[in-house]
Design a protein around this ligand. Structure first.
Ligand code: BG6
Length: 512
């Protein structure tokens, strides 16, 4: 078959053509906790950006539910301001007008039956006026302690049950519990009301283009997979460093800490995508099966004292400004032992990875904002060159730069011109910004669209969430009973103990 046959073949399966835009069918989104930060900074702008890209149906409707004395117009104004401030794509009046016509607001508390009754009436009204077809996703952008109440109210008022031929979905945000036991409880409550297939758990890292690219890099190429194993890889470093502190999130963060906040979810998902086997296809079930299999193989070292480190930032300098320490942040208990930095060594106990450490680290108020996965290869088994000429040579490495400067770097040794045989590290770079003209959508655009399409590929299932707590719980228990986090000044790369942890293994952290 020639290329032109492909274009003219009337039997071509357009539904599966991945080059065509995926457009959501008739539907609406109800956001609980619509006055929160996430909603204003991420969800509302993402809805607008999707509409602006033509990926939402014309009658798409957005319903806000919160404890405010607002009319529909007040809500629309809040969305308008959020879109103006945070949307990725340019503001277009005609797109906005069409979207704004489908906005409704329900004032109420979560225990207010009247409010849920009004929500039901609003959904029915939208089905008639806007053709939403009974298809609604309920986004719980609220603290997890309210999940049980909200889902039960939805059930009680008949809103969780999809009318024939339509769907009802629940979207929930982390934290999915604070340990395995609470995660299981939470999952049980949500599944009492929504079948597991209709529950979409957001891990926004999976919505990032660079994270999806891990699978493309590994499984669409022949170059990397043959060396992606214990025969060639020395170790893997997964880093998520942030320069910001905890901002106004004391209430959420204190007592939770960095490991629960991001290692349990984002970093273990990155590990799973890096270490998993090739799925049978790119279907949600097949992907989940492989991620779950590899998470089950993850083992903590026996000696947690030597192979885990937690830290807490103290006052320091960041971007030329003096910043306070964690214990001085507003709303933080001055005795708090919450970690703002965490590093752990994990192993993946299977044939591909046995003996290869995976070092995961994250922290607030570190030197700069960067998330990357570095696959560090073993040194060449033998060098015919004089050792003095190669002393500056590091390990070969493949670095997936998740953010910023999205791309992939390969580091290898190269001869220095003009010298006899001096070899130094050089890098070969792929940068998204240079190779593609399209800019990357925000993670929430992709994920919201997937919810409306019912595409579950990029959403961790409850089994993955529980498996991740199984990995982290012993670390948290150990930390609870052993001392305090090690201090590190803001603007540095974490506590010295983290460097010592790697030095004991004869390795060093990358300084991205
Ligand atoms: C969230 C964490 O999941 O991810 C925050 O709760 C963190 O503490 C944030 O700041 C970082 O996200 P991103 O996309 O900016 O790397």
């Amino acid at each position: 078959m020639t290329d032109s046959d492909t274009w003219t073949n009337p039997l071509r399966d357009t539904a599966n053509d991945r080059r065509l835009p995926r457009i959501a069918g008739p539907s609406g989104l109800v956001i609980f906790g619509v006055t929160g930060d996430l909603s204003r900074k991420k969800l509302m702008p993402a809805v607008y950006d999707l509409a602006n890209r033509g990926l939402l149906p014309p009658g798409f409707s957005l319903v806000g539910f919160a404890r405010r004395d607002w009319e529909d117009e007040d809500f629309a104004q809040v969305v308008h301001d959020a879109v103006r401030e945070h949307a990725r794509t340019p503001f277009r009046e005609e797109v906005w007008q069409q979207l704004a016509e489908g906005m409704r607001f329900i004032p109420g508390q979560f225990d207010d039956d009247e409010a849920f009754k009004r929500l039901g009436e609003t959904i029915a009204e939208l089905d008639t006026a806007r053709g939403t077809g009974g298809n609604f996703a309920f986004y719980l952008s609220v603290p997890p302690k309210f999940f049980p109440q909200v889902v039960r109210q939805l059930k009680r008022h008949g809103l969780a049950d999809a009318p024939a031929g339509s769907w009802r979905r629940a979207v929930i945000e982390k934290p999915f519990g604070r340990d395995l036991a609470t995660a299981e409880e939470l999952n049980a409550v949500v599944h009492e009301v929504f079948p597991p297939r209709e529950v979409f758990r957001i891990d926004h890292y999976l919505g990032k283009e660079t994270v999806q690219n891990i699978l493309a890099l590994r499984f669409a190429n022949t170059l990397f997979e043959p060396i992606w194993n214990r025969g060639y890889v020395d170790h893997v470093q997964i880093t998520m460093a942030e320069d910001i502190g905890i901002g106004g999130r004391a209430g959420y963060y204190d007592g939770i800490g960095s490991a629960r906040d991001v290692i349990q979810n984002h970093l273990l998902q990155l590990l799973a995508l890096t270490a998993m086997e090739e799925p049978a296809d790119f279907d949600a079930d097949a992907l989940m099966a492989e991620k779950l299999k590899v998470l089950k193989a993850v083992k903590l070292p026996d000696d947690l004292e030597r192979h885990t480190v937690r830290g807490q930032y103290t006052a320091g300098w960041q971007g030329g400004e003096k910043v306070g320490g964690y214990l001085e942040e507003e709303g933080i208990d001055p005795q708090s032992r919450t970690d703002t930095y965490a590093a752990v060594r994990l192993e993946v106990d299977n044939r591909r990875w046995a003996g290869v450490p995976f070092y995961l680290r994250t922290g607030k108020r570190l030197g700069r904002r960067v998330t990357e996965i570095a696959v560090v290869f073993q040194r060449a088994p033998h060098s015919p060159f004089d050792t003095t000429d190669t002393q500056e040579l590091g390990h070969n490495a493949l670095v997936i730069r998740v953010q910023p400067d999205e791309g992939v770097t390969v580091r290898f040794g190269s001869k220095v011109p003009g010298t006899q045989m001096e070899i130094r590290d050089v890098t070969m770079d792929f940068a998204y910004g240079e190779s593609f003209t399209e800019s990357s959508p925000e993670a929430y655009e992709r994920l919201l669209l997937d919810v409306l399409l019912g595409d579950a590929n990029l959403f961790p299932r409850h089994q993955e969430v529980e498996e991740s707590w199984r990995i982290l719980d012993p670390v948290e228990e150990f930390w609870d009973t052993h001392g305090r986090p090690a201090p590190y000044p803001a603007g540095t790369w974490g506590p010295d103990e983290a460097d010592e942890m790697l030095a004991r293994d004869g390795r060093t952290w990358r300084r991205p």
